[in-house]
Design a protein around this ligand. Structure first.
Ligand SMILES: Nc1nc2c(ncn2[C@@H]2O[C@H](COP(=O)(O)OP(=O)(O)OP(=O)(O)O)[C@@H](O)[C@H]2O)c(=O)[nH]1
Ligand SMILES: *[C@@H]1O[C@H](CO)[C@@H](O)[C@H](O)[C@H]1NC(C)=O
Ligand SMILES: *[C@@H]1O[C@H](CO)[C@@H](O)[C@H](O)[C@H]1NC(C)=O
Ligand SMILES: *[C@@H]1O[C@H](CO)[C@@H](O)[C@H](O)[C@H]1NC(C)=O
Ligand SMILES: *[C@@H]1O[C@H](CO)[C@@H](O)[C@H](O)[C@H]1NC(C)=O
Ligand SMILES: *[C@@H]1O[C@H](CO)[C@@H](O)[C@H](O)[C@H]1NC(C)=O
Ligand SMILES: [Mg+2]
Length: 439
């Protein structure tokens, strides 16, 4: 047995002996152990463990733990159905490899643990295991210990669990409660209309996620939802691609929204445009948002009685720069919308709100369509079409939705807005245009 192996095994024995002395996690004699297993709600399990372990182990072993579960290992403890998992497993090397000032972020409920794990597994396997970007989890109620434990184990990078302050989540005081209740009760025909929490969620995702304290530490975010799937290997760092190509926002799918969720959104946007013309970018994508044609989507009539054609980037997937949202222009835009009350009197989604803000306030060339990522959120999917790309990136594009319904790519089929983006947005371009010179 080599010297280093001996040390590792000795440390293993010490570590394993501590938790196994008791089957009740909340009853350790050592006060510091109790604090690890019942962390203060404002710190993550990972941070507590890291602090505790790093104060006891030589740094070499911490960065290269050799005590993960291995049935072939001589000193492996015996497992039984009542064995509690070994907290030392949290101790993998979570040092970030990716070079960007970036994090993955998921707003999620405790009840969505399984869906969260499935999305995490997919993104870790396809992308993040090679980069180890941290994960930030946001919730309007405290995360349960089980949620923290399982998602921390699924992550390759560090994990942070944040409680959203009440004033960032709940209805702002200027909303007329009676009008709100009345409209809520009378919105059965609106998708997610009668749900209070859905309105809080859309309001939060429109104007508050980027102000959360933990996210102030980062410049870039990758938004992830429970129950989504990434269907190709990334093979590159999308944060780097956006930064190097001077992009601010990246999307995969673009679709029209339901008219009855946002009856007064566009008139409110027009007020904003009149009031703050200085914030509009001269090379904006206004023409992507508006349609003065009767024939909009492959023969589908424009359903609206105003110029907005309902097209939006599907915001359950976003890779973007937080500083855009934290900037003066978006701030003025969000405040204007928020004051109108439409997030609560109607059921404005964060997708059209983000999209209109992006399309008006940015140079349209700062918005990037990721055509090669392969992404599924029920009921739609976007997947590469080139056979070469599909094979090189080991894509497995779904052909059935979770419910068994046939599923086809949503990029150019009705009612996709992507063709509009190519025509009126930033066009259909290749990032490495320089190498495609057609004569
Ligand atoms: N913490 C918390 N997260 C929420 C709440 N409501 C929604 N979310 C999260 O917000 C995101 C969007 O909610 P979804 O229910 O997926 O809404 P959606 O994508 O429009 O609709 P689906 O088709 O059901 O996916 C998801 O990441 C949810 O986990 C809530 O009340 N609390
Ligand atoms: C663990 O300890 C707590 C606090 O002392 C106690 O309430 C709980 O019943 C114990 N659980 C088991 C399984 O012994
Ligand atoms: C967590 O809360 C405790 C008291 O509740 C406080 O002393 C500590 O500074 C907080 N830690 C962080 C990282 O905010
Ligand atoms: C990351 O970005 C944030 C927000 O722009 C900034 O405050 C922070 O200093 C940056 N961190 C690093 C390491 O550059
Ligand atoms: C829309 O088209 C009609 C008829 O072509 C034209 O008169 C009108 O000015 C257009 N409106 C806008 C806002 O472009
Ligand atoms: C284009 O090709 C040249 C060499 O042929 C290479 O150095 C360069 O990195 C390529 N540019 C891009 C954006 O791929
Ligand atoms: Mg969703």
């Amino acid at each position: 047995m080599g010297y280093l192996t001996f040390i590792s095994v000795a440390i293993l024995a010490i570590i394993l002996s501590i938790p196994t002395q008791s089957s009740n996690r909340s009853k350790f004699n050592d006060a510091s152990l109790n604090s690890i297993l019942k962390p203060a709600s404002n710190t993550s399990t990972w941070e507590n463990l890291h602090l505790w372990i790093s104060s006891r182990l030589p740094s070499k072993e911490v960065s290269n733990p050799s005590f993960l579960y291995n049935p072939g290992h001589k000193n492996q403890q015996k497992l039984s159905s009542s064995s509690f998992y070994d907290e030392a497993q949290f101790l993998k090397d979570r040092e970030q490899i990716g070079k960007e000032n970036a994090t993955i972020v998921m707003l999620v409920r405790n009840s969505e643990l399984k869906g969260a794990l499935q999305s995490m597994r997919s993104l870790e396997d396809r992308f993040n295991k090679d980069y180890k970007y941290p994960w930030v989890f946001l919730n309007d109620v405290p995360f349960e210990q089980n949620f923290i434990d399982q998602t921390t184990m699924m992550a390759s990078g560090k994990t942070y669990y944040e409680l959203i302050p009440k004033e960032d989540w709940e209805m702002p005081p200027h909303i007329d409660k009676e009008k709100f209740e009345y409209n809520l009760m009378n919105s059965w025909d609106v998708i997610y209309g009668p749900s209070r929490s859905y309105r809080n969620m859309c309001h939060f995702n429109s104007g508050y996620f980027y102000r959360q304290k933990r996210l102030l530490n980062f410049e870039w975010y990758f938004r992830v939802e429970p129950d989504v799937e990434y269907m190709c290997d990334f093979q590159y760092d999308p944060f780097t691609v956006l930064r190097e190509n001077k992009k601010v926002y990246g999307f995969v799918l673009a679709l029209p929204d339901y008219e009855n969720t946002i009856p007064t959104l566009w008139p409110t946007v027009e007020e904003f445009i009149r009031k703050y013309p200085q914030y509009l970018h001269p090379n904006n994508a206004y023409d992507f948002l508006t349609t003065n044609e009767t024939d909009v989507f492959f023969g589908v009539e424009n359903p609206t009685n105003h110029l907005y054609n309902m097209c939006h980037f599907w915001s359950n997937f976003e890779i973007a720069n937080l500083n855009f949202f934290r900037g003066e222009a978006y701030g003025a835009y969000f405040d204007h919308l928020d004051k109108s009350g439409g997030f609560y009197y109607e059921r404005w989604g964060d997708a059209p709100v983000h999209t209109i803000g992006l399309a008006l306030l940015l140079d349209r060339d700062e918005i990037h369509h990721f055509e090669d990522i392969g992404y599924y959120h029920a009921p739609y999917m976007g997947c590469p079409t080139s056979e070469d790309v599909l094979m090189a990136k080991r894509c497995i594009c779904r052909d059935k939705a979770f419910d068994g319904e046939p599923l086809k790519g949503m990029e150019v089929r009705p009612p996709s807005c992507l063709p509009r983006w190519w025509r009126y947005g930033s066009g259909k371009t290749f990032l490495n245009d320089a190498n495609y010179t057609f004569r």
